[in-house]
Design a protein around this ligand. Structure first.
Ligand SMILES: Nc1ncnc2c1ncn2[C@@H]1O[C@H](COP(=O)(O)OP(=O)(O)OP(=O)(O)O)[C@@H](O)[C@H]1O
Length: 265
């Protein structure tokens, strides 16, 4: 079930794109999150890493306003963040361009401005030639690019819209590339980094792939196995290539420890 966040638990963030303080979430007898503290700076790229079932999606849903915390506080600096899921979830009856345009249409952006921004965004994800095609005519990787352009349309619009043009935007991504083959994933990871650098949006990217987290993130945040809470984090932005493999090995080892301590508990 989805719920709308209570106004009292969501406040505009001061200086952060998103800030969570002591966020708990229970589903009946199941405690999914226990006291999560997380602060994401405007324009920062943070990867949330954790074992299956540790509460990553729950956390993202709470930030997205699709679910509400049982306790704790959430602060957001922009309006509702844009979300991109594992499956592109495009409207099958709309063309790629119309899918990208949809959040702008719903936000009441003028037709001329919508058309202009849609062309720009399709160009940004290198899909300028296929705006007129419908989702079933596109490959899985192309559909995820359309989903990325649509999420950006929504994120950038919200960012511009709420507190003036300086309001940072926030993009939430829940394992968006995990259903793709390795080569397409590799290409889209590079594309995402390029797009992130050119838009300045903050990104919270959920993955259980350590290599992906280290490649994409400026910071990797490790959640414990259920109930999830932040156990450790690493600054991994601009790592020299020689240190990347070692960092992946260190984080993998820590992830294994977290999983086995949970299994032994
Ligand atoms: N709506 C719900 N009702 C009951 N339990 C739920 C609900 N949503 C999540 N859970 C439980 O909360 C825990 C965390 O789930 P969540 O989907 O957030 O984990 P995750 O880390 O994203 O997992 P994965 O990596 O496998 O997608 C799980 O034990 C799950 O069964």
């Amino acid at each position: 079930m989805t719920a709308t966040l209570d106004e009292s638990t969501v406040r505009p963030a001061t200086g952060s794109a998103v800030r969570l303080a002591g966020v708990h979430k229970t589903f009946g007898a199941v405690t999914a999150l226990r006291g999560v503290d997380l602060d994401v700076a405007p324009g920062e790229f943070v990867c949330l890493l954790g074992a299956s079932g540790c509460g990553k999606t729950t956390l993202l849903n709470i930030i997205a306003g699709l679910d509400e915390p049982s306790a704790g506080e959430l602060e957001l600096s922009s309006g509702r963040p844009a979300v991109m899921f594992q499956e592109a979830a495009l409207m099958p009856w709309l063309t790629a361009a119309a899918n990208v345009e949809l959040p702008l249409r719903l936000a009441g952006v003028s037709r001329k401005e919508r058309k202009h921004r849609t062309v720009e965004l399709l160009d940004l994800v290198r899909l300028s030639g296929v705006g007129g095609k419908r989702p079933h005519e596109l490959s899985g990787g192309m559909r995820q690019r359309v989903a990325l352009a649509r999420a950006l349309a929504s994120a950038l619009h919200t960012g511009n819209d709420t507190a003036g043009s300086s309001a940072p935007s926030l993009l939430l991504m829940d394992e968006p590339f995990s259903a793709l083959d390795a080569i397409t994933r590799d290409v889209l990871q590079a594309e995402l980094l390029r797009v992130w650098r050119s838009t300045g949006a903050a990104v919270v990217f959920v993955t259980h792939d350590v290599r992906e987290a280290v490649r994409l993130g400026q910071r990797v945040v490790l959640l414990s196995s259920r109930p999830g809470r932040v156990v450790e984090e690493w600054q991994v932005g601009d790592l020299p290539a020689a240190e990347e493999a070692e960092t992946v090995a260190v984080i993998n080892e820590r992830l294994r420890e977290v999983i086995s301590s949970h299994a032994a508990a």
